[in-house]
Ligand binder design. Structure first.
Ligand SMILES: Nc1ncnc2c1ncn2[C@@H]1O[C@H](COP(=O)(O)OP(=O)(O)O)[C@@H](O)[C@H]1O
Ligand SMILES: [Mg+2]
Length: 359
């Protein structure tokens, strides 16, 4: 099987570790996304896989082939790796027709003319551009140019498809539909794909697994559901689905059934129970992550029901973002009915509250 394996991959620029000791295995046929904010090392990781950039240390393997190994000095150039690559900038040849742009990788591989014609036709149909063969890139919309770039990257059936923010130049609506067809093509061709984005929605919608990156490291690797429901790091919780982080001090922490329930005391003395991965020592500082859509307005007091002060609400189309003050901190929650400015109560289910140690 053609697995991609990264072992302790590092790329340093002087003192800056753009990629800091990353290890990762991507299975054949998998769609894996590197997700993180600008500057976290996504493109550097992808360039190391493509061979566009020489890492500082570590190992890159694909199937039986060692593509990079700093110990042996081995470094396979990009043309020897033969991966399909799509960038944010489409990088089409402006003086060549759509047909020639897509045909070029086959010409470089000395595929016969008849076979080229067949495969270019088939691939343009796949990306929905039949009939555009004779156009030049300048005569196409941004979305159509991006389809040509993808057609060119998949026409030779690469064993690995690398995509670096390929949809970020498209407008919001086009980006939505492009996600769907890109994912369909990947599945239909059975391609292994590594996708780079800073857009959490894109990552959640398209990926089999997501690697959440921060400052050159992978902070969490998992399925979209795992990343969203069970963030293992406050950064993953806030970057994906922008959870609230509520600060407090651990009062007690103990296993109860399958869960470890940790009770926090907030700055104003109120208490809130949540789940933590490990028992936490009383007296330590902690952060509790809770998503805005998992909180609700409550009328009566009870366990995990807290006094809060509702402030402003903004209309978001199908619901409102309600702001409120809780223990001196501003929190956002999603509500169907906006609250007037008043003192009120909110409820957070224990299992929707994830407690992390404050670093
Ligand atoms: N050629 C370079 N020289 C110096 N620093 C670089 C170079 N390329 C990237 N970096 C730095 O490496 C880090 C990661 O960059 P990059 O991989 O492009 O991030 P991302 O794609 O996640 O936005 C950034 O801090 C960036 O400034
Ligand atoms: Mg980048």
């Amino acid at each position: 099987m053609n697995k991609l394996v990264l072992e302790n991959l590092t790329k340093s620029y002087g003192e800056v570790h753009a990629v800091n000791n990353i290890s990762l295995t991507v299975e054949q046929g998998e769609f894996l996304t590197l997700l993180g904010p600008s500057g976290c090392g996504k493109s550097t990781t992808l360039a190391a896989i493509a061979g566009l950039d020489r890492p500082t240390s570590g190992v890159v393997r694909f199937g039986d082939h060692v593509l990079f190994d700093d110990m042996s000095g081995r470094f396979a150039p990009p043309e020897k790796r033969g991966f399909g690559v799509v960038f944010q900038s489409y990088a089409l040849w402006p003086h060549l027709t759509v047909e020639r742009n897509v045909s070029m990788p086959l010409e470089l591989r000395r595929v016969s003319r008849a076979e080229r014609t067949r495969r270019v036709g088939e691939t343009l149909e796949l990306v929905g551009l039949s009939g555009f063969e004779k156009r030049y890139p300048g005569e196409l919309s941004g979305g159509q140019q991006q389809r040509v770039a993808l057609a060119r990257a998949v026409v030779f059936r690469p064993p690995l498809l690398l995509l670096d923010e390929p949809l970020s130049n498209l407008d919001a609506q086009l980006r939505q539909s492009a996600r769907v067809w890109l994912k369909e093509i990947q599945r239909e061709l059975g391609l292994t794909a590594i996708y780079v984005t800073h857009d959490q929605e894109e990552a959640l919608a398209m990926s089999d697994r997501i690697a959440v990156m921060r400052a050159g490291k992978i902070v969490q690797l998992g399925t979209p559901q795992e990343i969203y429901e069970r963030p293992q790091h406050p950064f993953a919780a806030t970057f994906i689905g922008s959870a609230n982080l509520i600060e407090g001090i651990v009062e007690q922490s103990a296993r109860r059934g399958d869960a470890i329930v940790t009770r926090l005391r907030l700055a104003d003395g109120q208490h809130l129970d949540g789940h933590s991965a490990v028992p936490m020592a009383a007296g330590t500082k902690a952060k509790l992550a809770v998503r805005g859509e998992r909180m609700r307005v409550a009328e009566e007091s009870g366990a995990n029901t807290l006094d809060a002060g509702f402030t402003t609400a903004s209309y978001l189309g199908n619901h409102y973002e309600q702001k409120l003050m809780l223990a001196g901190q501003e929190i956002r929650m999603l509500v169907d009915v906006p609250q007037p400015e008043r003192a009120g109560k909110i409820h957070i289910a224990e299992s929707d509250a994830l407690v992390f140690s404050a670093e």
